[in-house]
Design a protein around this ligand. Structure first.
Ligand code: NAI
Length: 724
């Protein structure tokens, strides 16, 4: 038999066959057509030469063990080619099943990441040994792309660990485990420190298990923890849909629902039927719009953003070794921690030594928590803390090759702190400001080297939020942009790049969402249903509570400043129906948000939210003012999507991938949409459907929903919204 194309058959003199996954045409192995043919040929050969085989080891010649389904193919699956996709999946599963039931020991030697399809191949093996490679991940993250693992992943995890553990540990969250945590949670049997040890362990299993079967192929096997047919399990079953609802807050995520159904139904039938059930639920997801949105955003767009499509070419990377963080408040403290975590030396400066020390204490707090949860070691904690030097003395900033400023949001103060340090840090140090709204071009006027000055907008809490918005000022040089981009990647965050303007992209667009929610209060709509609409639209934070967090006075200040700027430039300020609500809340009722102890919500002594302020009903609610729930949700989504288009019109944004990723990862635009632009492209009826709906909203709720000219032109040309 000839050698297959993506899997090498290497048999030694003792009869152990190593199947080396090594697609010659791609940097990673995927479940493409070539793999389908290869695995079928391997199954044929294994059956034909069974007597000369002592055992089989799956491993890979790539850095990752196996990457999974080919998403380039998957995003194209529609109802018309669904059957073909279904058949390909079935064929691959059948081949793996033939190897699994050969009667010979089969071991997965997982040399690198095994996510999705990669872990599904490993699940078809009788024994799993994972190499403890740095950054290597194991799990079934399909749910995060709006899919379910249909390569036997649902069927086998349910049989391996029981329905409850399979759902909660593996399937519903899509958790990606390090090899050690995969071992702790029962996803693999052994962990090896070196590739040699991994292969030795694989062989040892073969030597000691000459006849090996999966537990589920042994007569009398029962699913651990029972199935819905057993009374004990059935008693707990109703909790699952409730948990599911809580997890997705009623937002339109079909994948968790299908996963639950596939697991529960599949547990009550034989193995082969379970595989078919799993595949049918998968087909429903892969042909739908939400999986396409999520694959577009979390695979293609994220890859484009992180790979540096926006980074100027031809500039050599120069990793930052020592960074000055100016201002040790909430943001500065988080930035210091994130830099130190990436191994960068940090000088954390505030006005007093005490304030600087308080900033460092934030890292101590985070690390103590990580230590108590087993996520770090004492040695790693000490090493990280040793990298942060708190100070009030500008002289300590000598030698810093980058500066990140995070003092109060005040232009003249920001100018002052840069002037104080610009002759002390390295003469070509990168100069960054973490301002959330102030135009970068104006801030650059206060520094000696505007060409090296750039906006680096982090999100709160910095240690958790993955996005950084890079803002190019008018005089920012390409070198500064490349270095800022590299710095964001160095600290393992995702950089989007935008042009300068007030509020940039993220702060400006999230303002539309908040204003829309507040405007509904002014229309007399029941506040609790406004909050519910935000949750059901898929927003991670409710709209009025978000307003309280940001404080009501801040948008008022920004609004007044912007209004002045627009009018000074000879324009007319359109105003927003939310303005009057915010003014009344602040001026008439003295409610300025959470930091003031009262806002749209009431707060307890400990600063925790207690309930919506009953005064909202008394002073704003109008009986009969309810509008369709669908309108409430779409007003929020459309307000942000339309403003994102305006950002393109005004040149603030230039990349659709940045818009999608920035909106989801920076400001909580619902993930199921695939981001603010993908939401428009994927809307029912495409761009014309979106336009028609926007016009409807404009007619009912106001001019602000009138579609921008750029969108109308693209629709007229029959295009999707894209970069060109
Ligand atoms: P904060 O009030 O918690 O911290 C500001 C810190 O700067 C204080 O510790 C203060 O003592 C220090 N400071 C003031 N003058 C200084 C000086 N001359 N030298 C050294 N330190 C000085 O403020 P926060 O929230 O950390 O914000 C800082 C910056 O980050 C602002 O520009 C803000 O707009 C921006 N930002 C804030 C976000 C947020 O969610 N809070 C999000 C993104 C950006």
């Amino acid at each position: 038999m000839s050698e297959s194309t993506t899997i090498r058959w290497e048999q030694d003199e003792t009869g152990v066959v190593t199947l080396v996954l090594d697609d010659p045409d791609q940097s990673a192995n995927t479940m493409n057509q070539a793999f389908k043919d290869s695995i079928a040929a391997i199954a044929d050969r294994a059956e034909a030469e069974k007597d000369s085989i002592r055992g089989i080891v799956f491993t890979s010649a790539k850095k990752t063990f196996f990457a999974g389904g080919d998403l380039k193919d998957m995003i194209k699956v529609g109802p018309e080619n669904a059957q073909q996709a279904f058949d390909t999946g079935t064929a691959i599963k059948r081949s793996l099943r033939r190897i699994e039931t050969l009667g010979k020991p089969v071991v997965a030697a997982i040399n690198g990441a095994a996510l999705g399809g990669g872990y599904e191949i490993a699940l078809a093996c009788h024994h799993r040994v994972a190499l403890d490679a740095p950054g290597s991940k194991i799990g079934l993250p399909e749910v995060t792309l709006g899919l379910l693992p249909a390569g036997g992943g649902v069927t086998r995890t349910v049989r391996l660990m029981g329905i409850a553990d399979a759902l909660l540990k593996v399937l519903l969250q899509g958790t990606q485990y390090s090899p050690q945590r995969a071992l702790d949670n029962g996803l693999v049997h052994e962990v090896a420190a070196t590739p040699e040890e991994m292969l030795a362990k694989a062989r040892a299993f073969i030597d000691t298990n000459p006849e090996s079967h999966q537990p589920w192929d042994v007569k009398g096997y029962k699913i651990p923890g029972g199935t819905p047919a057993s009374p004990r399990f059935a008693a707990n079953l109703p909790a699952f849909p409730a948990n599911l609802k809580k997890q997705t807050a009623g937002a339109p995520y079909p994948a968790p629902r299908n996963i639950l159904a596939a697991a529960v139904e599949g547990s009550q039938v034989d193995f082969e039927t379970a595989l078919t059930i799993e595949a049918r639920y998968f087909t429903e997801l892969v042909t739908g719009q939400i999986a396409k949105n999520m694959i577009q955003a979390f695979f293609f767009d994220l890859q484009a953003v992180n790979s540096g499509a926006n980074r100027p070419q031809g500039i050599d990377p120069r990793p930052v070794r020592k960074v000055a963080v100016l201002g040790a408040g909430m943001m500065g403290a988080g930035i210091a921690y994130s830099c130190a975590r990436a191994g960068i030396e940090v000088v954390l400066k505030d006005m007093t030594a005490e304030a600087a020390a308080r900033g460092k204490a934030y890292s101590e707090k985070l690390l103590a928590k990580a230590l108590s949860r087993g996520r770090t070691t004492e040695a790693k904690r000490d090493a990280l803390l040793a990298l942060i030097t708190p100070t009030a003395d500008p002289a300590d900033l000598a030698g810093c090759d980058a500066v990140i400023e995070a003092v109060f949001e005040d232009t003249s103060l920001k100018h002052k702190v840069f002037q104080e340090i610009q002759d002390i840090v390295a003469p070509d140090a990168l100069l960054c400001s973490n301002t959330s709204t102030l135009p970068i071009t104006g801030l650059a006027e206060g520094v000696a080297r505007p060409v090296d000055f750039i906006g680096l907008h982090f999100f709160s809490p910095v240690d958790k939020m993955p996005l950084v918005e890079i803002i190019k000022g008018e005089r920012t040089g390409d070198e500064a942009l490349a270095r800022a981009f590299d710095l964001v990647r160095q600290i393992k965050k995702t950089p989007i790049v935008v042009n300068d303007s007030r509020g940039f992209f993220t702060s400006r667009v999230i303002g539309q969402f908040i204003n829309e929610g507040v405007a509904m209060v002014g229309e007399g709509i029941e506040p609790a249903s406004i909050e519910q609409a935000a949750a059901q639209a898929g927003y991670p934070a409710k709209v009025l509570s978000l307003m309280d967090e940001l404080t009501l006075t801040l948008p008022r200040k920004i609004r007044n400043e912007t209004k002045r700027a627009v009018e000074e430039a000879g324009g007319t300020w359109p105003g927003h129906p939310s303005d009057a609500v915010i003014d009344r809340m602040v001026d008439e009722f003295g409610r300025t948000g959470r930091s003031g102890g009262a806002g749209f919500y009431e707060y307890g002594e400990d600063g925790k939210r207690t309930r919506l302020w009953p005064g909202l009903r008394e002073h704003f609610a109008k009986p009969g003012a309810e509008i369709p729930f669908a309108d409430m949700k779409e007003r929020m989504l459309f307000s942000e999507a339309l403003d994102t288009v305006r950002c393109f019109e005004e040149g603030v944004l230039t990349s659709v991938a940045d818009a999608n990723i920035g909106s989801i990862m920076g400001i909580g635009f619902p993930a199921w949409t695939g981001g603010a632009i993908q939401y428009i492209n994927g809307y029912e009826g495409g761009l014309p459907g979106f336009l028609a709906r926007a016009r409807e909203l404009a007619a009912t709720y106001g001019e602000r929903f009138t579609p921008p000219a750029l969108l109308v032109e693209k629709a007229e040309r029959g295009e999707k919204f894209s970069d060109a």
